[in-house]
Design a protein around this ligand. Structure first.
Ligand code: UD1
Length: 420
C-alpha cells in the first residue's frame, strides 16, 4: 500500500474483529529457536513485521509453515530442529528493530549469535545496551564489530544470574527471559517490563517446559532447563489495535463493537477515553465503544511503561484531543522525538504546541482534510484517525508503515462504514 485516501466525517458503526498482538507474536516467533519444536502459534496477525520475522527465522534454518485463520490472523508452525545460521543481517534489523529478539534465543541454544546493531530510528536513538548487559551477566562474551553484535556463550553454556535493568525495556526483558530459560540455574530479572506481551511470552515458555515465577510483575524468576519442548499457544489480542479502533469510534462520534478483546487489556487507555466522554461497555465478545452526546473533553496524558499509558497509543490519543473541548497536555516519557505527527496534524487544522517532551493541544471545532505524510507506524495511524474525523479529503502518503503493524486496516475501516 502506498497511500490512503480518506473522505472524513462519517461516524463509524459496526463490528471489528481485533487481531493478535504483533508485539507479542514477534518474540513468540523468536522463541521457536529455543527448542526443536514444533511451536504452533495461533492468532498471529498477518502484517509485514510478522512476515519479516518469519522470513528471518526461515533463513536461520527454522521450518516455517503458515495457515490462514478464519476471520483474521494466521497459525504459524515453527520447527527449529537444526539452526544453520546465527546472523540477523543489517537489512532486516534496520527495517525492523524487533528482530533483535533473536539474540537471546540464538546465544542460549547455539552458543553464538550475530545481530546487526539497529542504529537510529524515527522515534529516537533506541540503543540495545540493556539487552547486551543482561546477556553478559548470563556469561555471554559480547563484541561489537563492523556494525554487528557478536555474542558467545561460555563452553558450558549460559549461567543464571541476578540482573537489574537500569530502566524498563520490553524487548530487553524478553531477550533476557528467553536466554535464561536455557541457562544453567536460576535467573532473577529485577525492574523487568510488565507489559502483557512479556507475560504472554512467559506463559508460552512455561508451556515449553521453563519454570517461571512472577509473570506480569517487575521481578521475574526463571529456572533454566537443559532443553525446552514444542507447544501450542494462542497470541493475546492486540491492545494497541484495540485502543486505536476505540479512538476511531470516539473521534467520529460512532458506535462500534470491538470483538476478541477486552477492556481489562486497555485499562489505562480506557480510563483516558472515559474521562474524555467516551462510553466503553463490556460485551459478551469484547467492548462496545460509543461517544456520549456532546463534545469530548481534553484529558492530560503521560506515557509510561505498563501499567501506565502506552507510548504506542500516544499519537492516536493526540489525534483525539485535537477535537476535544478545552486543552490537553500529552507528555512522552518513554521515547525522545516521538512527536513527528504534530506538524502533520497541524496541517489538518489542529492547534498543538510542543515544549520539550510535552505537547499542549487546544481543541478545535473540526479538522480539515489535507495531504499529509506518515513517519512511523503509530504516527501514521494517528493521521488516519484525524482523516476519519476531518471534513473533506485526506491523502496520507508513505503509509507502508501501516502494513507493518495493522492487519487489513482499510478493510476493517471500510467494514465500519469509513470511506477509505
Ligand atoms: C517495545 C515495543 C514498542 C514500544 C516499546 C515501549 C516491541 C516489538 N516493541 O519496543 O512498540 O513502543 O516497547 O513500550 O515490543 N532503552 C535503552 N537501552 C536498551 C533498551 C531500551 O536505553 O537497551 C530505552 C529506549 O531507548 C527507550 C526505552 O528504553 O527510551 C524503552 O524502550 P524498550 O522498552 O526497550 O522498547 P522496545 O522493546 O524496543
Amino acid at each position: 500500500m502506498d497511500r490512503i485516501l480518506i473522505r472524513g466525517g462519517r461516524p463509524l458503526r459496526g463490528r471489528i474483529p481485533i487481531s493478535g498482538a504483533k508485539n507479542a507474536a514477534l518474540p513468540l516467533l523468536a522463541a521457536s529457536l529455543l527448542s526443536e519444536g514444533p511451536l504452533v502459534l495461533e492468532n498471529v496477525p498477518d502484517v509485514v513485521d510478522i512476515a519479516s520475522m518469519a522470513g528471518l527465522l526461515g533463513e536461520l534454518g527454522v521450518g516455517v509453515s503458515i495457515a490462514n485463520g478464519e476471520e483474521v490472523g494466521q497459525t504459524i508452525t515453527l520447527a527449529a530442529r537444526d539452526v544453520k545460521d546465527i546472523t540477523a543481517p543489517y537489512d532486516l534489523v534496520r527495517k525492523m528493530r524487533a528482530s533483535v529478539v533473536v539474540l537471546g534465543p540464538l546465544v542460549a541454544r547455539c552458543g553464538h549469535a550475530r545481530v546487526s546493531l539497529p542504529g537510529g530510528c524515527a522515534i529516537g536513538t533506541r540503543p540495545i545496551d540493556f539487552h547486551l548487559k543482561a546477556l553478559a551477566q548470563l556469561g555471554a562474551e559480547i563484541e561489537l564489530a563492523g556494525g554487528y553484535v557478536e555474542a558467545r556463550a561460555p563452553a558450558g553454556g549460559l549461567v543464571g544470574a541476578d540482573i537489574t535493568f537500569p530502566a524498563v525495556t520490553v524487548t530487553g526483558t524478553e531477550n533476557a527471559m528467553m536466554a535464561a530459560a536455557l541457562a544453567r540455574g536460576e535467573t532473577v530479572l529485577h525492574n523487568a517490563a510488565r507489559e502483557p506481551e512479556v507475560a504472554d511470552l512467559a506463559n508460552c515458555l512455561v508451556k515449553m517446559g521453563a519454570e517461571i515465577e512472577g509473570i506480569g510483575t517487575d521481578t521475574i524468576r526463571i529456572q533454566g532447563r537443559d532443553r525446552l519442548s514444542g507447544t501450542t499457544h494462542r497470541v493475546l489480542p492486540d491492545r494497541i489495535e484495540t485502543g486505536t479502533y476505540a479512538v476511531a469510534a470516539a473521534i467520529t462520534g460512532g458506535d462500534v463493537e470491538l470483538t476478541g478483546t477486552s477492556i481489562e487489556l486497555i485499562k489505562s487507555v480506557a480510563d483516558v477515553l472515559v474521562a474524555s466522554g467516551v462510553e466503553l461497555t463490556p460485551t459478551a465478545n469484547g467492548i462496545r465503544v460509543a461517544r456520549e452526546n456532546g463534545r469530548l473533553a481534553g484529558v492530560d496524558i503521560m506515557t509510561e511503561p505498563f501499567p501506565g499509558f502506552p507510548t504506542d497509543m500516544q499519537a492516536q490519543a493526540m489525534a483525539l484531543m485535537t477535537v476535544a473541548g478545552g486543552a490537553a497536555m500529552i507528555t512522552e516519557t518513554v521515547f525522545e522525538n516521538r512527536c513527528m505527527h504534530v506538524p502533520e496534524l497541524c496541517r489538518m487544522g489542529a492547534n498543538i504546541n510542543v515544549h520539550g517532551a510535552s505537547a499542549i493541544i487546544r481543541g478545535v471545532a473540526g479538522l480539515s482534510g489535507a495531504p499529509v505524510m506518515a513517519t512511523d507506524l503509530r504516527a501514521s495511524v494517528s493521521l488516519v484517525l484525524a482523516g476519519l474525523a476531518a471534513e473533506g479529503e485526506t491523502e496520507i502518503n508513505r503509509v507502508y508503515h501501516l502494513d507493518r503493524g495493522y492487519e487489513r486496516l482499510e478493510a476493517k475501516l471500510a467494514a465500519f462504514g469509513a470511506d477509505v
